[in-house]
Design a protein around this ligand. Sequence first.
Ligand code: GLV
Ligand code: GLV
Length: 319
Amino acid sequence: MHLKTKDKRWRVLVTRRIPRAGLALLEPDCDYHVLAEEGLPSHEDVVRAAVGVDGIISLLTERIDAAVMDAAPGLKVIANYAVGFDHVDLAEARRRGVLVTNTPGVLTETTADFAWALILAAARRVVEGDEEVRAGRWRTWEPEGLLGVDIHHAVLGVVGYGRIGQAVARRGAGFGMRVIFHDPGEQESVPLDDLLRQADIISLHVPLTPATRHFIDRERLRLCKPTAVLVNTSRGGVVDQDALAEALAAGTIFSAGLDVFESEPLSPDHPLCRLKNVVLAPHIASASRATRDRMAVMAATNLLAALRGETPPNLVVRP
Ligand code: GLV
Ligand code: GLV
Protein backbone atom coordinates (compact mmCIF):
# COMPACT_ATOMS: atom_id res chain seq x y z
CA MET A 1 0.00 0.00 0.00
CA HIS A 2 1.45 3.34 -1.04
CA LEU A 3 0.17 6.03 1.30
CA LYS A 4 2.14 8.82 -0.25
CA THR A 5 0.61 10.81 -3.05
CA LYS A 6 2.87 12.28 -5.69
CA ASP A 7 3.37 15.66 -4.15
CA LYS A 8 3.14 14.76 -0.50
CA ARG A 9 6.40 14.71 1.35
CA TRP A 10 6.38 13.12 4.76
CA ARG A 11 7.06 15.32 7.73
CA VAL A 12 9.68 13.84 9.97
CA LEU A 13 11.06 14.96 13.30
CA VAL A 14 14.63 13.94 14.10
CA THR A 15 15.00 14.79 17.77
CA ARG A 16 18.79 15.26 17.68
CA ARG A 17 21.49 15.23 15.09
CA ILE A 18 22.34 11.75 13.80
CA PRO A 19 25.06 10.83 11.29
CA ARG A 20 24.62 12.19 7.79
CA ALA A 21 24.36 8.65 6.36
CA GLY A 22 20.86 8.40 7.83
CA LEU A 23 19.67 11.90 7.04
CA ALA A 24 20.71 11.48 3.40
CA LEU A 25 18.24 8.62 3.04
CA LEU A 26 15.39 10.84 4.18
CA GLU A 27 16.06 13.61 1.71
CA PRO A 28 14.24 12.31 -1.40
CA ASP A 29 10.87 11.79 0.32
CA CYS A 30 10.80 13.68 3.59
CA ASP A 31 10.87 17.17 4.96
CA TYR A 32 12.81 16.50 8.11
CA HIS A 33 13.64 18.76 10.97
CA VAL A 34 16.57 18.11 13.26
CA LEU A 35 15.34 19.58 16.53
CA ALA A 36 18.64 19.78 18.39
CA GLU A 37 21.78 20.14 16.31
CA GLU A 38 23.67 20.05 19.58
CA GLY A 39 22.85 19.06 23.11
CA LEU A 40 19.63 17.82 24.51
CA PRO A 41 16.12 19.06 23.68
CA SER A 42 13.68 19.34 26.58
CA HIS A 43 10.61 17.13 26.63
CA GLU A 44 8.52 20.24 25.95
CA ASP A 45 10.60 21.03 22.88
CA VAL A 46 10.09 17.52 21.59
CA VAL A 47 6.33 17.75 22.10
CA ARG A 48 6.18 21.09 20.30
CA ALA A 49 8.32 19.88 17.42
CA ALA A 50 6.25 16.71 17.04
CA VAL A 51 3.10 18.61 16.07
CA GLY A 52 1.72 17.16 12.87
CA VAL A 53 4.64 14.90 11.97
CA ASP A 54 4.27 11.53 10.23
CA GLY A 55 7.37 9.97 11.71
CA ILE A 56 9.94 10.50 14.45
CA ILE A 57 13.54 9.41 14.69
CA SER A 58 14.41 9.64 18.34
CA LEU A 59 17.39 8.89 20.53
CA LEU A 60 17.56 7.08 23.83
CA THR A 61 17.86 10.45 25.54
CA GLU A 62 14.27 11.48 24.69
CA ARG A 63 11.24 10.19 26.49
CA ILE A 64 8.66 9.45 23.81
CA ASP A 65 5.38 9.25 25.67
CA ALA A 66 1.66 9.98 25.25
CA ALA A 67 2.26 13.76 25.17
CA VAL A 68 4.56 13.42 22.16
CA MET A 69 2.16 11.05 20.41
CA ASP A 70 -0.80 13.35 21.16
CA ALA A 71 0.98 16.15 19.32
CA ALA A 72 1.09 14.06 16.16
CA PRO A 73 -2.26 12.36 15.55
CA GLY A 74 -1.04 11.14 12.14
CA LEU A 75 2.12 9.60 13.59
CA LYS A 76 2.94 6.29 11.95
CA VAL A 77 6.34 5.41 13.33
CA ILE A 78 8.85 6.05 16.08
CA ALA A 79 12.19 4.93 14.69
CA ASN A 80 14.51 4.64 17.61
CA TYR A 81 18.23 5.28 17.10
CA ALA A 82 19.32 2.69 19.69
CA VAL A 83 18.79 -0.97 20.37
CA GLY A 84 17.27 -0.29 23.80
CA PHE A 85 13.79 1.23 23.80
CA ASP A 86 12.89 1.62 27.47
CA HIS A 87 12.44 5.37 26.90
CA VAL A 88 9.51 4.80 24.50
CA ASP A 89 6.05 4.18 25.93
CA LEU A 90 5.31 1.01 23.98
CA ALA A 91 1.81 0.55 25.42
CA GLU A 92 0.79 4.02 24.21
CA ALA A 93 2.32 3.36 20.80
CA ARG A 94 0.53 0.03 20.47
CA ARG A 95 -2.79 1.54 21.52
CA ARG A 96 -2.50 4.16 18.76
CA GLY A 97 -1.19 1.82 16.09
CA VAL A 98 2.16 3.63 15.97
CA LEU A 99 5.02 1.37 14.93
CA VAL A 100 8.20 1.38 17.02
CA THR A 101 11.54 0.21 15.63
CA ASN A 102 15.09 -0.09 16.96
CA THR A 103 18.62 -0.73 15.68
CA PRO A 104 19.61 -4.24 16.75
CA GLY A 105 22.51 -6.24 15.38
CA VAL A 106 24.60 -3.42 13.90
CA LEU A 107 25.95 -2.41 17.30
CA THR A 108 26.41 -5.89 18.79
CA GLU A 109 30.13 -6.38 18.17
CA THR A 110 31.05 -2.75 18.89
CA THR A 111 29.20 -2.88 22.21
CA ALA A 112 30.79 -6.22 23.10
CA ASP A 113 34.23 -4.74 22.36
CA PHE A 114 33.50 -1.95 24.80
CA ALA A 115 32.21 -4.29 27.51
CA TRP A 116 35.66 -5.86 27.22
CA ALA A 117 37.36 -2.49 27.42
CA LEU A 118 35.63 -2.02 30.77
CA ILE A 119 36.33 -5.59 31.91
CA LEU A 120 40.04 -5.19 31.21
CA ALA A 121 40.25 -1.67 32.61
CA ALA A 122 38.37 -2.50 35.82
CA ALA A 123 40.14 -5.82 36.47
CA ARG A 124 43.63 -4.50 35.74
CA ARG A 125 43.25 -0.97 37.10
CA VAL A 126 44.16 0.70 33.83
CA VAL A 127 42.62 4.07 34.70
CA GLU A 128 44.16 4.21 38.16
CA GLY A 129 47.52 3.44 36.58
CA ASP A 130 47.09 6.18 34.02
CA GLU A 131 46.25 8.63 36.80
CA GLU A 132 49.38 7.67 38.79
CA VAL A 133 51.63 8.23 35.80
CA ARG A 134 50.10 11.60 34.91
CA ALA A 135 50.11 12.82 38.51
CA GLY A 136 53.79 12.01 38.95
CA ARG A 137 53.01 9.40 41.63
CA TRP A 138 54.77 6.60 39.76
CA ARG A 139 57.98 6.11 41.71
CA THR A 140 59.16 2.62 40.84
CA TRP A 141 58.18 -0.84 39.65
CA GLU A 142 56.54 -2.43 42.64
CA PRO A 143 55.94 -6.11 43.34
CA GLU A 144 52.60 -5.31 44.92
CA GLY A 145 51.59 -2.06 43.28
CA LEU A 146 48.22 -1.75 41.58
CA LEU A 147 47.46 -5.44 41.81
CA GLY A 148 44.42 -6.48 39.86
CA VAL A 149 42.57 -9.72 39.27
CA ASP A 150 43.24 -12.17 36.47
CA ILE A 151 40.86 -12.40 33.58
CA HIS A 152 42.43 -15.34 31.79
CA HIS A 153 40.98 -18.68 32.83
CA ALA A 154 38.53 -16.94 35.14
CA VAL A 155 34.77 -17.55 35.14
CA LEU A 156 32.82 -15.11 32.99
CA GLY A 157 29.18 -14.72 34.05
CA VAL A 158 27.01 -13.19 31.35
CA VAL A 159 23.62 -11.92 32.50
CA GLY A 160 21.29 -11.79 29.48
CA TYR A 161 22.45 -14.11 26.70
CA GLY A 162 21.13 -12.30 23.67
CA ARG A 163 23.11 -10.91 20.76
CA ILE A 164 25.45 -8.73 22.82
CA GLY A 165 25.81 -11.17 25.73
CA GLN A 166 26.83 -13.91 23.32
CA ALA A 167 29.33 -11.61 21.57
CA VAL A 168 30.92 -10.85 24.95
CA ALA A 169 31.02 -14.57 25.75
CA ARG A 170 32.75 -15.38 22.43
CA ARG A 171 35.52 -12.95 23.29
CA GLY A 172 35.90 -14.69 26.66
CA ALA A 173 36.94 -17.87 24.86
CA GLY A 174 40.07 -16.05 23.68
CA PHE A 175 41.03 -15.52 27.31
CA GLY A 176 40.47 -19.21 28.09
CA MET A 177 37.54 -18.33 30.31
CA ARG A 178 34.78 -20.62 31.43
CA VAL A 179 31.52 -18.93 30.47
CA ILE A 180 28.30 -19.28 32.39
CA PHE A 181 25.17 -17.28 31.68
CA HIS A 182 21.78 -16.41 33.03
CA ASP A 183 18.93 -16.10 30.55
CA PRO A 184 15.56 -17.68 31.26
CA GLY A 185 15.04 -18.19 27.51
CA GLU A 186 18.10 -20.42 27.17
CA GLN A 187 18.50 -24.08 28.01
CA GLU A 188 21.83 -23.92 29.83
CA SER A 189 20.87 -20.88 31.85
CA VAL A 190 22.31 -20.79 35.37
CA PRO A 191 20.14 -19.26 38.12
CA LEU A 192 21.20 -15.63 38.64
CA ASP A 193 22.17 -16.12 42.28
CA ASP A 194 24.41 -19.08 41.37
CA LEU A 195 26.01 -17.08 38.59
CA LEU A 196 26.78 -14.22 40.98
CA ARG A 197 28.35 -16.63 43.49
CA GLN A 198 30.55 -18.30 40.87
CA ALA A 199 31.57 -15.60 38.41
CA ASP A 200 34.87 -13.72 38.56
CA ILE A 201 33.77 -11.28 35.87
CA ILE A 202 30.06 -10.39 35.60
CA SER A 203 28.78 -8.60 32.50
CA LEU A 204 25.19 -7.37 32.21
CA HIS A 205 23.25 -7.51 28.93
CA VAL A 206 19.55 -7.41 29.75
CA PRO A 207 17.09 -4.77 28.55
CA LEU A 208 15.58 -2.51 31.21
CA THR A 209 12.02 -3.61 31.94
CA PRO A 210 9.95 -3.59 35.13
CA ALA A 211 11.24 -7.13 35.72
CA THR A 212 14.93 -6.22 35.39
CA ARG A 213 14.89 -2.92 37.31
CA HIS A 214 17.40 -3.34 40.17
CA PHE A 215 17.99 -6.90 39.03
CA ILE A 216 21.36 -6.50 40.74
CA ASP A 217 20.29 -5.14 44.11
CA ARG A 218 21.93 -4.97 47.52
CA GLU A 219 21.11 -8.61 48.36
CA ARG A 220 22.52 -9.89 45.12
CA LEU A 221 25.66 -7.81 45.37
CA ARG A 222 26.29 -9.62 48.64
CA LEU A 223 26.44 -12.91 46.75
CA CYS A 224 29.37 -11.76 44.60
CA LYS A 225 32.93 -12.78 45.37
CA PRO A 226 35.05 -10.05 46.99
CA THR A 227 37.33 -10.42 43.95
CA ALA A 228 34.46 -10.01 41.43
CA VAL A 229 34.40 -7.40 38.69
CA LEU A 230 30.97 -6.15 37.57
CA VAL A 231 30.50 -4.50 34.19
CA ASN A 232 27.33 -2.83 32.97
CA THR A 233 26.84 -1.75 29.36
CA SER A 234 23.08 -2.38 29.30
CA ARG A 235 20.96 0.14 31.22
CA GLY A 236 21.80 1.81 34.50
CA GLY A 237 18.48 0.89 36.10
CA VAL A 238 19.38 -2.80 35.99
CA VAL A 239 21.72 -2.17 38.96
CA ASP A 240 20.93 -0.50 42.26
CA GLN A 241 23.61 2.12 41.78
CA ASP A 242 23.74 3.30 45.39
CA ALA A 243 24.07 -0.26 46.64
CA LEU A 244 26.86 -0.82 44.12
CA ALA A 245 28.71 2.28 45.29
CA GLU A 246 28.47 0.97 48.86
CA ALA A 247 29.73 -2.48 47.87
CA LEU A 248 32.68 -0.95 46.01
CA ALA A 249 33.50 1.36 48.92
CA ALA A 250 33.33 -1.52 51.39
CA GLY A 251 35.39 -3.74 49.11
CA THR A 252 32.79 -6.50 49.07
CA ILE A 253 33.37 -6.59 45.32
CA PHE A 254 36.70 -5.78 43.70
CA SER A 255 35.76 -3.27 41.02
CA ALA A 256 33.22 -2.23 38.41
CA GLY A 257 33.07 -0.77 34.94
CA LEU A 258 29.98 1.25 34.11
CA ASP A 259 28.87 2.76 30.81
CA VAL A 260 25.28 3.36 31.90
CA PHE A 261 23.66 4.97 34.93
CA GLU A 262 20.30 5.22 36.61
CA SER A 263 20.20 8.85 35.63
CA GLU A 264 22.36 10.20 32.80
CA PRO A 265 24.55 12.14 32.84
CA LEU A 266 25.86 10.82 36.16
CA SER A 267 26.32 13.70 38.57
CA PRO A 268 30.00 14.26 39.43
CA ASP A 269 28.78 14.51 43.02
CA HIS A 270 27.61 10.91 43.02
CA PRO A 271 29.52 8.67 45.48
CA LEU A 272 30.67 6.53 42.52
CA CYS A 273 32.82 9.43 41.33
CA ARG A 274 34.80 9.36 44.57
CA LEU A 275 35.78 5.71 44.22
CA LYS A 276 38.97 4.54 42.59
CA ASN A 277 37.78 1.00 41.95
CA VAL A 278 35.20 1.90 39.34
CA VAL A 279 35.77 2.87 35.72
CA LEU A 280 33.12 5.29 34.48
CA ALA A 281 32.24 5.86 30.84
CA PRO A 282 29.65 8.26 29.37
CA HIS A 283 27.38 5.70 27.61
CA ILE A 284 29.71 5.13 24.64
CA ALA A 285 29.63 1.36 24.13
CA SER A 286 28.27 1.61 20.57
CA ALA A 287 30.35 4.67 19.73
CA SER A 288 32.46 3.74 16.74
CA ARG A 289 32.19 5.77 13.54
CA ALA A 290 31.13 2.76 11.47
CA THR A 291 28.51 1.58 13.94
CA ARG A 292 26.94 4.96 14.57
CA ASP A 293 26.64 5.41 10.79
CA ARG A 294 25.01 1.99 10.43
CA MET A 295 22.58 2.81 13.21
CA ALA A 296 21.58 6.00 11.36
CA VAL A 297 20.98 4.10 8.12
CA MET A 298 19.00 1.47 9.97
CA ALA A 299 16.79 4.00 11.78
CA ALA A 300 16.10 5.85 8.53
CA THR A 301 15.37 2.61 6.66
CA ASN A 302 12.92 1.54 9.35
CA LEU A 303 11.22 4.94 9.29
CA LEU A 304 10.86 5.02 5.52
CA ALA A 305 9.50 1.48 5.37
CA ALA A 306 6.83 2.34 7.92
CA LEU A 307 5.87 5.56 6.12
CA ARG A 308 5.51 3.61 2.86
CA GLY A 309 3.15 1.21 4.56
CA GLU A 310 5.66 -1.63 4.50
CA THR A 311 6.73 -3.68 7.48
CA PRO A 312 9.94 -2.14 8.88
CA PRO A 313 12.79 -4.64 9.25
CA ASN A 314 13.26 -3.97 12.98
CA LEU A 315 9.87 -3.71 14.59
CA VAL A 316 9.58 -3.79 18.36
CA VAL A 317 5.86 -2.89 18.40
CA ARG A 318 3.36 -4.17 15.91
CA PRO A 319 -0.03 -2.54 15.71
C1 GLV B 1 22.48 2.14 23.50
O1 GLV B 1 22.48 2.13 24.70
C2 GLV B 1 21.45 1.51 22.73
O2 GLV B 1 20.46 1.05 23.31
O3 GLV B 1 21.58 1.46 21.50
C1 GLV C 1 57.99 -7.23 34.31
O1 GLV C 1 58.09 -6.27 33.59
C2 GLV C 1 58.85 -8.39 34.24
O2 GLV C 1 59.81 -8.38 33.44
O3 GLV C 1 58.58 -9.33 35.00
